[in-house]
Write a protein that binds this ligand. Structure first.
Ligand code: F6P
Length: 235
């Protein structure tokens, strides 16, 4: 893993933008995208940039189960507002949170991933070390699944909802194996609340208790941190 530390989220996100630009310049066509607070500045910079994604495909990591695409807290809505409406892609794929046929939806998404190998996968990390919604205990060889959110994730994400009861308890998520299949992975983490998860991901053992530690098995991972998220690293 290559680890880069910046003073501010702005500088860190600018570096992440450069990595996306380089990928596009080198012919990358399929981008794995994430939601949450972490990539918000990067998406803002993408919108302001001259990057052209009109020949590109995006594949999002996850979507809350039970939320329709026009629900303001759905990841469909988030992506449209923050990026897709302002920076068009050729195709945007996200899991369908309203598909109650789990087998059908996970198979559909796995097929999309098989047909569109990801050139560059963007990730955030949960306070508990999750990537996508692969929570502690997740199968490190898993593909797309309907995942149960960890209580700490529900707690962390309640800030986006009116009350904790409204936070969905399940989500469709790409699995760790799908994530590791990407040619290149770019993980962003900002703030002190991520410091322990970042330390465990980089310096701890590879264990399903810290799903992000599986990234140690991938040969092309760049981790971009602000100084608070990097504060517990030993060097
Ligand atoms: O970026 P946040 O809001 O801290 O969330 C952490 C991570 O958890 C997820 O929301 C789970 O999908 C990621 O997309 C995100 O980057």
């Amino acid at each position: 893993m290559e680890v880069l530390v910046f003073d501010t989220i702005e500088e860190a996100s600018a570096q992440a933008l450069t990595i996306f630009k380089d990928a596009v310049d080198k012919g990358a066509k399929v981008f794995g995208l994430a939601t949450g607070s972490t990539p918000e500045k990067l998406y803002e910079l993408m919108v302001q940039s001259d990057i052209d994604f009109t020949e590109s495909t995006s594949i999002n990591l996850d979507e809350y189960y039970g939320l329709s695409g026009d629900h303001p807290q759905s990841y469909h809505y988030f992506m449209k507002q923050r990026l897709f409406d302002k920076k068009p892609f050729k195709t945007n794929y996200l899991p369908d949170g309203l598909n109650e046929n789990t087998e059908e939806e996970t198979a559909r998404y796995n097929q999309i991933l098989a047909e569109n190998p990801i050139d560059l996968q963007l990730l955030g990390i949960g306070n508990n070390g999750h990537i996508g919604f692969n929570e502690p205990g997740a199968d490190l060889d898993g593909k797309t699944q309907l995942a149960d959110l960890a209580p700490s994730t529900i707690e962390a994400n309640k800030r986006f909802f009116d009350s904790v009861e409204e936070v969905p308890t399940r989500a469709y998520s790409m699995g760790i194996a799908s994530i590791l299949n990407s040619k290149k992975i770019l993980l962003l983490a900002f703030g002190e609340s991520k410091a322990e998860a970042v330390k465990n991901m980089i310096e701890g053992p590879v264990t399903s208790e810290v799903p992000a530690s599986a990234l140690q098995k991938h040969e092309n991972v760049i981790v971009i941190l602000d100084k608070d998220a990097a504060s517990l690293l030993s060097k």
